[in-house]
Ligand binder design. Structure first.
Ligand SMILES: [Zn+2]
Length: 165
């Protein structure tokens, strides 16, 4: 079986980027995370602009490798990954679909006021299992540095809160 010839348009490239998952939360694509800033096509060259989710995130190198490997596997020979630092990524860039997928996965998505507000107790973190806001923080560090461990005081389930902004 041979792969179809690569199509040099944004929609075709976008469909392939849908296959690239966030290494920390495998149910989310890099699109869901709002990491992909732009896709440019210049002749047969594909330029993907990405924004790091937070400074020093070790996952970013992994993500940029994944993007170029996935595109190359689909026949795009000339791929450039550009890192765009401004405007900086914020959790607001996580798409609605991304937030929904996080909840289904059992992770509370970042609140709209930002995780700092949640950490200070300004905005309660909602339990992704039952929706209760009667939750408390167990540890600032969950299964990875990007998550804090919370516990729901109603259904008693522990859950991760995605705290990186
Ligand atoms: Zn609950």
């Amino acid at each position: 079986m041979t792969l179809p010839a690569p199509q040099y348009d944004k929609a075709a490239v976008g469909a392939i980027l849908e296959m690239v998952k966030d290494p920390e939360i495998p149910v989310l694509t890099v699109e869901d995370m709002g990491i992909i800033r732009d896709v440019d096509i210049e002749g047969e060259k594909v330029i993907v602009s990405i924004t790091p989710t937070y400074s020093g995130c070790p996952a970013m190198e992994h993500i940029s490798n994944d993007i170029s490997t996935t595109l190359k596997l689909h026949g795009y020979g000339d791929v450039e990954i550009k890192t765009v630092l401004s405007p900086a990524w914020s959790s607001d860039m996580i798409t609605e679909r991304g937030r929904e997928r996080m909840r289904e996965y059992g992770i509370a998505p970042p609140s709209d006021v930002g995780s700092k507000g949640a950490m200070l107790g300004i905005d309660p973190v909602s339990c992704p299992q039952c929706g209760s806001q009667n939750t408390s923080i167990v540890s600032e560090f969950g299964s990875t540095a990007c998550k804090a461990l919370y516990k729901c005081n109603d259904c008693m389930e522990p859950f991760d809160y995605f705290k990186c902004v």
